[in-house]
Design a protein around this ligand. Structure first.
Ligand SMILES: Nc1ncnc2c1ncn2[C@@H]1O[C@H](COP(=O)(O)OP(=O)(O)OP(=O)(O)O)[C@@H](O)[C@H]1O
Ligand SMILES: [Mg+2]
Length: 471
């Protein structure tokens, strides 16, 4: 699938003609090839895109805020004047700026969408998270420069590409708002040549040509209809008309000649990530023990799972699996709350424990055996969600016990022997980490993001356990 070619117009300098460039470029591209879908996205805060493209009094379908918040692009596109589709800017962008902590949100929203042709993104005069998202998705970045300060500002754009490990190939400077009446003595005859010379000198690449400062363009913003008129319809025959036409041709040819689109690269990266995520999940699933180590019930089947409420893993990731809900609660009630009778799963105390366990991590580890009785000693810790210790308790247990007419290995022994022993010897440096999980979808814990969170909590809590369990 050929993804759209994304062109961003960006400069940290205000009033250099970004919006004029983005909107007119869209119209000239459409004029160059009627069949070419041309879409304009605006992050600008002057809302000129609405004034230029909205047909009649149609209500907006949505805006860029909706796109970044997850609404599919196809639901937001409006067909506007001159055959250009657009999504207007939003007055509420600031409200999500602090929550936007990734550069690829826009790129992900567009990769794999049904958008085609050329997408042009108009940005604000600031390298904020919205501009960064636009740059991240771009095949071509046009940087209008009108004077030396705006040229100096380009450094930040280049640095962004450098920091993200992106090729700087898409970046192109374009001298704009050039006053053609000004002439200099010396090698650079006018402002265009001077800026181009400076740019090349600093290692920046430029598009061919420039956009002149024209009273005609300035006048297109002010009229009784309150519209903004394009150069194509209202400035034909002027120099800027030919300059925009030349610019549009360069962009069009650039798009045609680009063998791989940035969004293609992003889509492939996402597919690769998805595949790795899947493989990691299956590797973890293949390694978990299928049975509950306490009651022996098979919880993990070939392509399904029984409900299970706890996940456990050893600190060295050697053994992992699921625990039956009732098995773990009765173990805790017996050893920590010293409940003598068999506890009913409908007991309100069990409910209370179940609920509070959602915000807890449990740790089991061996302490020294009791040499007098030969019994094993375990330390049982409970930590809260933040990794603060809530309680700890020492538990003595034997391999065999007689309880409720049952004689045989104790529940604790069954759990410990399958996780914290090698042969018949307790492994002191290992601990068992237990977490309450979503019992309807127990395997969710094996997905990358959930597992990484669990692992981070385990590392953090592990670092807080005393190195000598006897301390
Ligand atoms: N080629 C031009 N000739 C004359 N005036 C121009 C030209 N291009 C833009 N202008 C005028 O300059 C002003 C700023 O242009 P524009 O809004 O496109 O800049 P901008 O970079 O998008 O600004 P901002 O950074 O505030 O979003 C407008 O009044 C516009 O009409
Ligand atoms: Mg603007």
């Amino acid at each position: 699938m050929l993804e759209p070619y994304v062109v961003t117009v960006s400069s940290e300098k205000g009033g250099v003609g970004k919006t004029t460039l983005a909107t007119n470029l869209a119209i000239y591209l459409k004029a160059l090839n009627e069949e070419l879908p041309v879409t304009l996205f605006s992050f600008d805060n002057h809302f000129s895109v609405d004034r230029m493209f909205r047909l009649g009094r149609t209500l907006p379908k949505g805006d860029m805020l909706d796109l970044l918040s997850g609404t599919p692009v196809e639901h937001l596109l409006e067909l506007g004047e001159y055959g250009v589709q657009f999504i207007p800017s939003s007055r509420k962008l600031e409200s999500i700026a602090s929550r936007m902590n990734r550069y690829d949100i826009l790129a992900r929203a567009l990769a794999g969408s049904t958008l085609k042709g050329i997408v042009i993104i108009d940005t604000r005069p600031i390298l904020d998270i919205f501009t960064q998202n636009a740059l991240f998705a771009s095949d071509r970045v046009i940087v209008p420069v009108k004077d030396t300060p705006s040229l100096e500002n380009c450094r930040n754009l280049y640095d962004f590409f450098e920091d993200q490990g992106l090729s700087k190939r898409p970046l192109r400077l374009l001298p704009c708002l050039i006053d053609s009446r000004v002439h200099y003595d010396g090698p650079f005859k006018n402002a265009y040549q001077l800026l181009k010379g400076y740019a090349i000198n600093r290692g920046y690449r430029c598009l061919e040509g420039y956009i002149a400062k024209s009273p005609k363009v300035e006048s297109l913003n002010t009229n009784p209809e309150g519209k903004i008129y394009p150069v194509l319809t209202h400035g034909r025959g002027t120099n800027v008309h030919f300059q925009f036409a030349h610019l549009a041709r360069q962009i069009f040819i650039g798009a045609k000649d680009e063998p791989q689109r940035r969004l293609d690269e992003i889509r492939q990266g996402l597919e690769q990530q998805e595949q790795t995520r899947d493989e990691n999940f299956h590797t973890r699933r293949d390694l978990v023990l299928p049975d509950c180590p306490i009651c022996g019930r098979q919880l993990v089947r070939h392509n399904a799972m029984e409900p299970a409420s706890y996940f456990y893993t050893t600190s060295d990731h050697q053994v992992a699996g699921f625990l039956d809900e009732a098995c773990f609660s009765s173990l805790v009630f017996r050893h920590c709350y010293h409940t003598q009778k068999k506890i009913s799963p409908t007991d309100p105390l069990v409910d209370l424990f179940r609920e509070s366990a959602l915000r807890s991590y449990f740790v089991l580890r061996h302490a020294d055996d009791n040499p007098a009785t030969g019994a094993h000693n375990l330390l049982f810790y409970r930590f809260d969600d933040e990794g603060f210790e809530i309680s700890h308790k020492s538990i003595e247990y034997r391999k065999n016990e007689t309880r409720f007419l049952h004689k045989g290995p104790s529940a604790l022994y069954r759990l410990a022997s399958q996780t914290l022993f090698s042969e018949d010897t307790p492994i002191k440096e290992r601990f068992l980490f237990i977490r309450r999980i979503n019992s309807e979808f127990p395997e969710e814990i094996l997905l990358d993001e959930n597992y990484a969170r669990l692992d981070a909590a385990m590392q953090y809590i592990g670092s807080k356990l005393p190195s000598n369990p006897e301390d």
